[in-house]
Design a binder for this molecule. Structure first.
Ligand code: EPZ
Length: 430
């Protein structure tokens, strides 16, 4: 089983180039199936989630041609099935974006129901509500969602919950419906906007993405395009918090500072010095991080995907901080692992109380999910001694070359597999 071995104590210093946004890439890859012409996607992150989704699409006849590590050409002109196997959805929930894409183009899709995951039950009732509002029939049978429509009609839909996935899935289906659909109470994340822009580059007519109301005028056909994915705000924020936690000086490059406003604001509150450039942000921390309170909210609020990274950084602050997780019901599990490194934390429902300690000590911990895993690596980089992070496949779902990027910033972190190499590397890094 692969794991990271980390020796703490080095401040992270230098520049790190941020890759394409995983959560935009997943919607864009799925949406590329909506045309029979070739789509070229650039600035694609080379992470497990995107690679598994590309495999799922090849499984139904989509041709995928890798131009280079971060560029792929996709052609869905010869799709022979509209059914996505459970194996794929088990690996990545976002395979369910193929529901909206296939329903929009073929008026038929069958995708295995995604289960819950470590951070919550993650229902998809709003996705189904949206498909039904467009006139599709939706049936659940033997663990699959089967959705069909003679044609998709316009509708005026109000989501009961602000959902990134439902906003994206229904937007894709509506892109090839009849008439104009209005969706209210939608998600406004940068990746929602990126997917809307991608659809428009294929000839769709989506307006208002990034605001509370999205209007989509359906078109009968979409054409090929070449599109470059926006930078990953969550990868960027992860390195920014790593700088804060290790008293470092890190500049994240190839970013859109506007997408990082909530993160920048919180890091400033903690006492970090921030310098913003056109496409870069520098974070300098001299230690003595202050306590604060934070509540995760849909964009432009503080992102839930940055909550674990914030939590581990606050564990080293001075004073008592409060985190309220308002998006997912079970996203504090990483704090149990952090407590094993000496953090003073208490969870009560959706609120965690974190009392800063003057140091953490290295320990064996598990990466319970993607962002928790990245956060525990940050904790290991800031801790005294050696930390071993297990189950790093979660981290590889969304972070490309994570350990190499940390090493390039002066951190001591290596991937090892097997006991023998672990003891060898452990001896070497001391
Ligand atoms: C997306 O998940 C992201 N994943 C998540 O990132 C991110 O944490 C989340 O949005 C919130 O920003 C991808 O984009 C692939 P939601 P998604 O639908 O779309 C409830 C990461 O680390 N809800 O916005 O599944 C739901 O239970 C991952 O990259 C319903 O009740 O999130 C949750 O409480 C983790 N009914 C809230 O809405 C629904 O039909 C927000 O979920 C859908 C959602």
């Amino acid at each position: 089983m692969d794991r990271y071995i980390i020796k703490g104590g080095n401040p992270l210093v230098g520049e790190v180039e941020i890759g394409g946004a995983k959560n935009a890439a997943l919607g864009i890859i799925a949406a590329s199936i909506m045309t029979d012409e070739t789509v070229t996607i650039e600035n694609l992150p080379d992470v497990n989630d995107t690679n598994v989704l590309l495999e799922a699409m090849q499984g139904i006849g989509v041709r995928v041609m890798r131009v280079d590590r971060h560029t792929v050409k996709i052609n869905a002109g010869k799709v022979f099935s509209h059914c996505i196997e459970y194996d794929y959805i088990k690996k990545i929930r976002a395979s369910y974006y193929l529901l909206g894409a296939l329903l929009g183009k073929y008026k038929h899709a069958e995708v295995a129901l995604p289960g819950g995951c470590k951070i919550g039950s993650r229902p998809i009732d709003q996705h189904i509500k949206g498909f039904k509002a467009l006139g599709a029939k939706v049936n659940l049978s033997h663990g699959n969602i089967i959705t069909t429509a003679d044609h998709l009609r316009s509708t005026h839909l109000y989501f009961d919950v602000v959902s990134v996935g439902a906003t994206i899935n229904v937007m894709m289906a509506a892109a090839m419906s009849d008439g104009t659909t209005v969706m209210e109470n939608v998600a406004k994340e940068p990746h929602v906007v990126d997917i809307a822009n991608f659809l428009n580059s294929m000839g769709a007519r989506v307006r208002g993405a990034g605001t509370n109301v999205i209007r989509i005028t359906g078109v009968p056909k979409l054409h090929g395009t070449t599109y470059s994915i926006i930078p990953d705000q969550i990868e960027a924020g992860t390195f920014m918090f790593a700088a804060a936690a290790t008293q470092g000086d890190v500049t994240v490059t190839n970013v859109i500072p506007k997408h990082l406003e909530a993160t920048i604001y919180k890091l400033t509150e903690l006492g970090c010095e921030i310098e913003e450039f056109d496409d870069a942000v520098r974070v300098v921390s001299k230690g003595n991080l202050k306590a604060t309170t934070v509540k995760t909210l849909p964009y432009p609020g503080f992102p839930t995907d940055m909550q674990p990274q914030m939590g581990v950084t606050l564990a080293l602050g001075s004073g008592t901080s409060l985190i309220t997780e308002s998006i997912f019901e079970n996203r504090f599990k990483y704090l149990d692992e952090l407590a094993r490194m000496g953090a003073d934390v208490k969870v009560d429902g959706t609120t965690a109380t974190i009392r800063g300690v003057d140091h953490l000590s290295g320990a064996n911990v598990n990466a319970l999910d993607l962002r928790a895993g990245a956060a525990l690596c940050i904790a290991g980089l800031a801790a005294d001694g050696v930390t071993i992070v297990d189950d790093i496949h979660y981290i590889k779902r969304g972070y490309e070359d994570f350990d190499k990027k940390i090493r390039d910033l002066g951190g001591i972190m290596e991937e090892v597999s097997g006991e023998e190499s672990l003891s060898k590397v452990r001896k070497r890094i001391g």
